[in-house]
Ligand binder design. Structure first.
Ligand SMILES: [Ca+2]
Length: 410
């Protein structure tokens, strides 16, 4: 290759990379954070967004939450000094919540039980709002912005309409103030991203405190129909193990061609059958466990069981075994070309997952309708009561109905 050619190629490649970089414009972010310091998760999440090549942080608006505003602002300024990013404005926001006072929270806790973490108001870390506390990382020399958080938020979404992502890491007081100043604020922002739940909530919230101390089911005497569901779970376990084994065998075929640890298993169990069964059985054990769980729960919710429920559960079990066994056998025979013209009805229809013959599919659907009827008659007493549990129950019934066609369909 001549030098001239190489030079052109380098130039074109450079032009293309810069065009790509232009195409991937950085996401503009405002971090709204109760930025307790030093170096806790509030500060760490700030660092992450500043460091990411995909984001451009327009500013950090601060709000009282995990700690008091003034201390949070100072810690944030110091963090930015330490990482050499004092170009990012730190904008103080709300020092107090809009609706709650400390005293109110204390009264609430007296009534409903104490909450382990109430941020700046937590008794074990409490100090007055103007005290800054310890600064092991050193005190900042830089100053916060003169603007307040709400006005900064409003100004930025007007400057970059539809472009600004608000990352919300604290109480939403600053956002509430921004909206009260300018109702257009939410429309002009691109999106709001916030933490809506915690995997490890440090709270004695009454929602959680209401959980009973003893297992409410511990004295439960299973009804005859509930006992009859036990065998379903053995079937689930067996199908599950079988599915794993077939998965392993299918994987071996993938590597060894025909064999399983060198043994030519595919003579007896061809790849297409192992694979079809593997997929099919997954659907069966999931469906079986769903049906059995529903049948078990329904009398518990209904507060007793209607006459003949046990018989219904047993009939359904028989039908289920027939469908599972029959369809798997049908697939085996169908793939071996032993079903003649009946392959479509008893073998497989050629679908991706529920690849059972049409007869088995119809039976399965019939079984699900029968199951819905069994569920309904057990739940009926509870549904008739229309007490405070009614909406939850209705949800349960609707989800049961929704499950049936999903199991039937591909
Ligand atoms: Ca936070």
């Amino acid at each position: 290759m001549k030098l001239g050619q190489a030079r052109w190629i380098v130039l074109i490649a450079l032009a293309m990379t810069s065009m790509l970089a232009l195409g991937q414009e950085k996401r503009k972010i405002i971090i709204d954070q109760d930025a307790a310091g030093p170096a806790g998760t509030d500060q760490q999440s700030i660092l992450l967004l500043i460091q990411s090549p995909q984001t451009e942080v327009l500013g950090i608006t601060v709000v009282t939450g995990d700690a008091w505003l003034k201390s949070e602002v100072a810690h944030t300024l110091r963090t930015l000094e330490l990482i050499g990013r004092t170009d990012i404005p730190v904008v103080p926001g709300a020092e107090y919540p809009l609706v709650r006072r400390k005293r109110e929270t204390e009264l609430w806790e007296q009534r409903f039980g104490s909450i382990a973490w109430v941020g700046a108001w937590t008794p074990r870390v409490y100090h007055p709002p103007d005290e800054l506390g310890q600064f092991p990382e050193g005190k900042p020399t830089t100053k916060p912005s003169d603007e307040d958080a709400a006005h900064f938020l409003v100004r930025m979404v007007h400057k970059f309409p539809g472009e600004v992502t608000i990352y919300e890491g604290g109480p939403m007081t600053n956002l509430a103030l921004a909206i009260s100043i300018d109702p257009e604020f939410p429309k002009l922002a691109r999106e709001l991203i916030f933490m809506g739940a915690s995997l490890n909530p440090q709270t004695d919230d009454p929602e959680f405190a209401n959980t009973p101390n003893t297992d409410p089911l511990i004295n439960l005497k299973p009804t005859p129909s509930q006992k009859a569901t036990i065998k379903y779970f053995f079937v689930v376990a067996a199908l599950w193990l079988l599915q794993i084994a077939l998965g392993a065998i299918t994987a071996h075929y993938g590597v060894e061609g025909q064999g399983f640890y060198g043994f030519n298993l595919s003579k007896y169990l061809p790849y297409t059958i192992a694979r079809t069964w593997h997929l099919q059985i997954a659907i069966f054990w999931i469906a079986t466990s769903w049906l059995a769980t529903g049948l078990y729960i329904a009398p518990a919710v209904g507060g007793g069981e209607p006459k003949g429920q046990r018989l219904g559960v047993n009939i359904l079990f028989g039908a289920l075994v027939a469908v599972v066994g029959g369809s798997l056998a049908g697939e085996y025979l169908g793939i071996q070309q032993k079903l003649g013209n009946l392959w479509f009805w008893f073998g497989s229809q050629g679908y991706e997952y529920v690849d059972l013959g049409r007869v088995w599919q119809i039976l399965l659907f019939g079984g699900l309708v029968f199951w819905l009827w069994l569920m309904y008659r057990a739940l009926a007493p509870a549904l008739k009561k229309r007490d405070e549990n009614f909406s939850l129950l209705t949800m349960f019934v609707i989800s049961a109905i929704a499950m049936a066609p999903r199991t039937r369909a591909r």
